[in-house]
Write a protein of this length. Structure first.
Length: 277
C-alpha cells in the first residue's frame, strides 16, 4: 500500500529534556560561524505533541498550547525542506518557549515519518537531508538531530553530534511556566555577559535565563518554598524540572501552583527509550 492510498497517519512528537548543558563561546569561522558549541545530555519524554498527516495541503494548529504558534513554524519549514505537500493537524501539548523542544520535535517527527514512508518521493528527500546532521541543525535547529534519534544521548557540536548512551528509566516533575523564554535572547545575553561561570552545574544558562526573565527566579524561589526542592532549568527555559528519586513522597501532589505572575502547571513525565519512538 502506498502513502497515497493511506487516508491519514497520526504520529507522536516526543518532548526532549536537557538534563545537563554546557554552552561555549560561538565559533569564529567555518560552517558553524557564530553558532554556539554545546555539551549536553538529553532524554526524550512521554509528554508529546500529536501530528495527523493526510493528503492535501495546509497546517491546522490546535491543543492546549496552540496559541502563539506562528504560521511559518518548523512543521511548515520541514515540509518545504523535504519538498512534500500534506495536510497537517498539529495538536500542541508541549508549551512553546519552554525549553522542551516543542518545535524541534515536531520537525523531527515529520522527518522520521518521511524516512519510514513507502513512497520513495517522500523517503529519499528525508534520507538525503539526514545524511548531513549539520545541515539539519543549521536549517531547522540545534535540537532537531537529537529529536530525530531520540532516547538518551550525549549531544555535542552545535547539536549535530548525537551519541546514544545506555537508557535509564527516569521520572520527572515538570514545572510549566505561564510564559516562554526566547532562546535567542538567552544566548545573546550569554554573549554579552562575557565570562559566564562555566563550572555552574548542571546548566550554565541557569543564571543567564533568570536575568532575561526575572519571573523565573520568582518561580524557583516559590517552588523551593512550597516543596523544599531546588528545580533545574530545562535548556534555556522556561520549564523547570525535578527528578524523582527514592524520595517519592516529596510532597509534590499538586497539579498546579499559583504564582503572582500566573499559574504554574505541574506535570509528571517519564523518559522514553529509543525503541518506543
Amino acid at each position: 500500500m502506498t502513502d497515497q492510498q493511506i487516508e491519514s497517519t497520526v504520529i507522536k512528537a516526543y518532548s526532549k529534556l536537557t538534563l545537563s548543558l554546557r554552552v561555549f563561546r560561538p565559533y569564529q569561522s567555518g560552517n558553524f560561524e557564530n553558532y554556539h558549541p554545546i555539551e549536553a545530555v538529553m532524554t526524550s519524554l512521554d509528554l508529546a505533541d500529536t501530528i495527523k498527516i493526510s493528503e492535501g495541503d495546509g497546517l491546522t494548529v490546535e491543543g492546549r498550547y496552540s496559541a502563539g504558534v506562528p504560521e511559518d513554524n518548523l512543521v511548515s519549514k520541514t515540509l518545504d525542506l523535504l519538498g512534500i505537500r500534506r495536510a497537517v493537524v498539529l495538536t500542541k501539548n508541549i508549551p512553546a518557549g519552554g525549553g522542551l523542544g516543542g518545535g524541534s520535535t515536531d520537525a523531527a517527527a515529520l522527518i522520521r515519518w518521511a524516512l519510514n514512508s513507502q513512497d520513495k518521493n517522500v523517503r529519499e528527500p528525508a534520507r538525503l537531508l539526514t545524511n548531513d546532521m549539520g545541515k539539519v541543525a543549521l536549517e531547522l535547529g540545534a535540537d532537531v538531530p537529537f529529536c530525530i534519534k531520540g532516547g538518551l544521548s550525549e549531544v555535542a557540536g552545535v547539536g549535530e553530534i548525537v551519541k546514544p548512551i545506555p537508557f535509564v528509566p527516569r521520572e520527572f516533575y515538570l514545572f510549566l511556566m505561564p510564559f516562554g523564554i526566547s532562546t535567542k535572547s538567552v544566548f545573546e545575553k550569554f554573549d554579552q555577559l562575557g565570562n559566564v561561570d562555566s563550572t555552574e552545574s548542571p546548566n550554565n544558562l541557569m543564571s543567564v535565563a533568570q536575568i532575561v526573565e526575572p519571573r523565573l527566579k520568582l518561580a524557583i524561589d516559590l517552588i523551593n518554598k512550597r516543596f523544599g526542592i531546588n528545580p533545574k532549568l530545562a535548556g534555556s527555559g522556561s520549564t523547570l524540572f525535578y527528578e524523582i528519586g527514592d524520595e517519592r513522597e516529596s510532597g509534590i501532589l499538586a497539579t498546579s501552583l499559583e504564582a503572582d505572575f500566573g499559574l504554574i502547571n505541574i506535570v509528571k513525565s517519564c523518559s522514553v527509550r529509543l525503541a518506543d519512538i
